[in-house]
Design a protein around this ligand. Structure first.
Ligand code: NAD
Ligand code: TYD
Length: 358
């Protein structure tokens, strides 16, 4: 792999990054955080639906797993680099010869950001700064920044448009807002061709079992109580991961540089409804539902206006109940994916213990 990479680097350096690739040479798409949940689905999608060489840069934190990329291993258009987006030297190497960037790498769990915010600031804010700075030096063609709907804060009625102010409420959301604003500033100040995606709560196979849907699914599978924060009437607008990555692929190709795009499935559900559906799919009793103290600063409702991305031709394709069933059954049929996390990752057990006994 390396000699091929170096050959490409040399060629790219000769012709100047990002322009005039020879016909037979695939452009390189750098995907940070590609060993995580959404990043790995995006990698598989792009290998199937484009002729790009897909290069993953991932630090393999607790949330990143090489086995999420198993299907891609052996594909001559797939490369994996183990490294940290906070290291400028690493990012400079990873961005050699790269035309396109999709930046997913982040600390992503709100609850963890309440317990240990440091890594959120260093990875989500500073790591994004490093990515933008190196992309500017290298002159990449397009930089797709994966932000989140949580940057807007919560909304009682109606829906946020891309012009709504950013009013984040958790350390996670605030660090993502910092990254989002840096991405915008790099477009306005340096003309870096940035496109910003602001997707809503996403679910699907291979999501780390700490967020609502995978956590409740593996708890129910083990007949353990499902801890609903507060009264469980908080609302999220759920987006299936396959719909999510199709939207990102479209933005990479056709999104307008300098613009932000909301992405959501249009599936507003209360948390307690989602919990009940999971129990029904697994034929488990509702007595497993358990009310626990609310999360501090908990956003009550997220809702997005998605007309802007729909105008580009995207719409979600998978009905929520079907996608949820598919996801829950995937966990039921793949204990070999999640059981080792529960049994072998001491760090996982420590987090669950610390958070849910607080
Ligand atoms: P994830 O937690 O499953 O994966 C994150 C990945 O980033 C992991 O592979 C991890 O190893 C890697 N990573 C973390 N720190 C790193 C660092 N310093 N250097 C290099 N790699 C590092 O996350 P996800 O749910 O797939 O989310 C991906 C992106 O989408 C994030 O930017 C997140 O903010 C955003 N997002 C997620 C959701 C959601 O519901 N999951 C919704 C909207 C936006
Ligand atoms: P989560 O999946 O953590 O995403 P986010 O906090 O980024 O929206 O949580 C989704 C919703 O589910 C949120 O309102 C918090 C709630 N929740 C619980 O009630 N209990 C839990 O154990 C978890 C993890 C989440």
């Amino acid at each position: 792999m390396l000699p091929y990479l170096f050959q490409q680097q040399l060629l790219c350096q000769k012709r100047g990054a990002g322009v005039g690739y020879p016909q037979n040479m695939a452009k390189i798409l750098l995907v940070t955080g590609g060993a995580g949940f959404i990043g790995s689905h995006f990698v598989h999608y792009m290998l199937q639906h484009s002729d790009y060489t897909v290069r993953v840069l991932d630090a393999l934190t607790y949330a990143g797993r090489r086995e999420n990329l198993q299907e891609a291993e052996g594909n001559p258009r797939f490369e994996f680099l183990h490294g940290d987006v906070r290291s400028r030297e690493t990012v400079e190497q990873a961005m050699e010869g790269v035309s396109l960037v999709a930046h997913f790498a982040a600390e992503t769990h709100v609850d963890r950001s309440i317990l240990y915010p440091d890594a959120f600031i260093t990875t989500d804010v500073y790591g994004t700064f490093v990515m933008l700075e190196v992309a500017r030096q290298k002159g990449v063609e397009r930089f797709l920044h994966i932000s989140t709907d949580e940057v807007y804060g919560d909304i009682e009625q109606g829906a946020f448009t891309e012009e709504s102010p950013l009013r984040p409420n958790s350390p996670y959301a605030a660090s993502k807002a910092g990254a989002d604003l840096l991405a915008r500033a790099y477009y306005r100040t340096y003309g870096l061709p940035v496109i910003i995606a602001r997707p809503s709560n996403t679910f699907g196979p291979r999501q780390y079992p700490e967020k609502l849907i995978p956590f409740f699914t593996v708890r129910a599978l083990q007949d353990e109580p499902l801890p609903l924060y507060g009264d469980g009437t908080q609302v999220r607008d759920w987006l299936y991961v396959e719909d999510h990555v199709r939207a990102l692929a479209l933005l990479l190709e056709r999104g307008q540089v300098g613009e932000a795009y909301n992405i959501a499935g249009g599936n507003e559900r209360q948390n307690r409804e989602v919990a009940r559906l999971i129990l029904q799919i697994l034929q488990k009793p509702e007595s497993l539902l358990q009310s626990v103290p609310d999360r501090p600063g908990h956003d009550r409702r997220y809702a997005l206006d998605t007309r802007k991305i729909r105008a580009l031709g995207w719409q979600p394709q998978t009905p929520f109940e079907d996608a949820l069933r598919e996801t829950v059954l995937w966990y039921a049929h793949h204990p070999e994916w999640w059981e080792p996390i529960l049994k072998e990752q001491a760090e996982y057990r420590a987090f669950i213990q610390q958070w849910y006994s607080r």
